[in-house]
Design a protein around this ligand. Sequence first.
Ligand SMILES: Cc1ncc(COP(=O)(O)O)c(C=O)c1O
Length: 364
Amino acid sequence: MIYLDWNATAPLRPSARSAWLTAQDQTWANPSSVHGDGQQARLVVDEAKRTIARLLGAKPNELVVTSGGTEANALALAQADLSKPIAVSAVEHSSILRAVPSATLLPVDQAGQLSLSALATDTDFVACQFANNETGILQTHAVAAIRARAPQARILVDACQGAGKTALDLPTLGADFVSLAGHKFGAPKGVGLLWVRNGARIQPVLRGGRQQQDRRSGTEDPALTSALAAALTDALANHLDEAQRQRELLSACFTLIAKTLPDACWIGHHAPRLANTLSLGHRGISNEILVQRLDLRGIAVSIGAACMAGKGEPSHVIAALGIPPEVARSVIRISIGWQTTTEDLMTFAQGYVTECRQLLGLQE
Ligand SMILES: Cc1ncc(COP(=O)(O)O)c(C=O)c1O
């Protein structure tokens, strides 16, 4: 299989696997236990948190380890005062949209940038993403603009798609909360983070043994936390060169496609974007059929978010960008990573062109 769905999840990095196995074998005790084994496990968790904090420009006590991005978002959103105005961007992930269904939806312009004209100045809580999971479009000025318009607002930045793909210095993002999902950059599934500015006290969602300063109860896992630290270390080790390589691969792929299919379009091509994502459309094609046909060719791509697949609904992200429905229905997401090769993308480009030509009735 040629795997081009890295924004859905990334394969486990060898360094993360080995960190997970080592901690699981050697320091599997409960880090809250007072005996020696427990204290060894505590050292491993604390060391991993220090590594993660260093890589993200954060302090260890600002990090709350969660089960992933969805839980990190839910924990941040649980801090919102629901009796006051709350706003989220129209292109957020469903883990945000569904957690605060009464929130005001802030539209984006055609370049995917947040428009704040609907943001009430007394808004209590705003969620805006760092990078979009379907298009890779980055919100470059959103936090500063939100602060200027609604100074009281607490801000959550969902960085699940940015972390590990680009270097992040969390405090300088200007938010109060930032969420991360480990499996998007090669940690195992089931671990993520919420960064809480200055390690502030927050209302827990999970109440129990008061772990993590009573911000998230539940036995801490030395193995998952170590694997998260190893994956992030690895992901950031040469991320600039890797991003450049991925940018060139996707550009070459799109150029090849557009040569034969001049109506092919790259959604968000001219917007600031993650290097690994190509949101590709062509009027007259059904993305559902295309994804199945590519799958039969051994190529894994997706229609927007994996968690929305099979729902038969047009992507809210593509619709929010004002893309006409006949193009929106055709859009597929190609997202790549460190294992993706030139050959993978050339095979995809040829497969895409052949299938599109058949679906458009241009060849048998
Ligand atoms: C932007 C964004 N936020 C949140 C999530 C949820 O993360 P998780 O799957 O770790 O719960 C995802 C995952 O698809 C995402 O892309």
